[in-house]
Design a protein around this ligand. Structure first.
Ligand SMILES: Cc1cc2nc3c(=O)[nH]c(=O)nc-3n(C[C@H](O)[C@H](O)[C@H](O)COP(=O)(O)O)c2cc1C
Length: 228
């Protein structure tokens, strides 16, 4: 019998478009873990490819949302959860990521509610840096940013220090087994979480069927909003 459950869909993105970016390496290492063996379906979103203009309220007021921003919003909305690996710039979130998030926070249809792209998504925030701290300071503002927008940011964050030496050149995976295990735990937590949220209605349906056969009609169990 075909399963009533579907695989969670994860969008994976990096806050750096730099050639050889260690955060892109980290994002792709996390993506491999999620879709090889954990059962998630993943899509890598290259933030630079959207070619977003710098957010400008005058541009928005005169021209509306750029097509590129609408495309980004649509790609983010399709996923149940996000894996975000981002560099630390001056202890903060870098402009590429902040600009993308700023555009995605705009242009929701009136009936969709504020921050519709973000509400009740789940995410893990990762960082990598050649420095010893691994970009750890930026995890505080990036977690706060996504939380402000309604994202369930899971407690599992990973910061990879000494990142220019941290990845295996042939596999792309983290060389240090402890770092690899930490990343795996974080990705696993996101896959579990999004498996639940992606399948809430299916779970309700199964319980309903079970109750019908055990205690007869039991009212109705449903999840009004699939994203809840
Ligand atoms: C403007 C700027 C600010 C930076 N600030 C920090 C910082 O606060 N902490 C840190 O660990 N590295 C900092 N770096 C160094 C980055 O961690 C390093 O360039 C890293 O390789 C960027 O990530 P990427 O390889 O994914 O592009 C900064 C780099 C730039 C260009």
């Amino acid at each position: 019998m075909a399963s009533k459950f579907r695989a969670p869909v994860l969008a994976v993105f990096s806050g750096s478009a730099r050639q050889g970016s260690v955060n892109t390496k980290l994002a792709k290492a996390a993506e491999r873990l999620a879709d090889s063996g954990m059962g998630a379906t993943t899509k890598f979103l290259d933030l630079e490819q959207y070619q977003l203009p710098l957010y400008d309220p005058n541009l928005e007021a005169t021209h509306g949302m750029p097509e590129s921003a609408l495309a980004l919003k649509a790609d983010l909305a399709k996923a149940d959860g996000w894996i975000i690996a981002s560099p630390e710039y001056n202890g903060f979130v870098p402009p590429l990521l902040l600009n993308a998030v700023t555009w995605a926070s705009r242009g929701d249809p009136p009936d969709a509610g504020m921050y519709a792209t973000f509400q009740r998504k789940a995410a893990i925030c990762l960082a990598a840096s050649p420095g010893a701290m691994g970009g750890m300071r930026s995890l505080v503002p990036s977690r706060q940013l996504f939380t402000n927008l309604g994202v369930h940011v899971l407690p599992e964050s990973v910061a990879i220090g000494g990142a220019f030496q941290a990845f295996d050149e042939s596999t792309g995976d983290l060389v240090d087994p402890k770092q690899h295990a930490m990343l795996k735990m974080a990705v696993q937590a996101l896959v579990y979480h999004t498996h639940d949220t992606a399948n809430r209605q299916a779970t309700c349906d199964i319980i309903q069927e079970h109750l019908k056969t055990t205690v007869g009609e039991y009212g109705s169990i449903s999840v009004p909003n699939q994203n809840v």
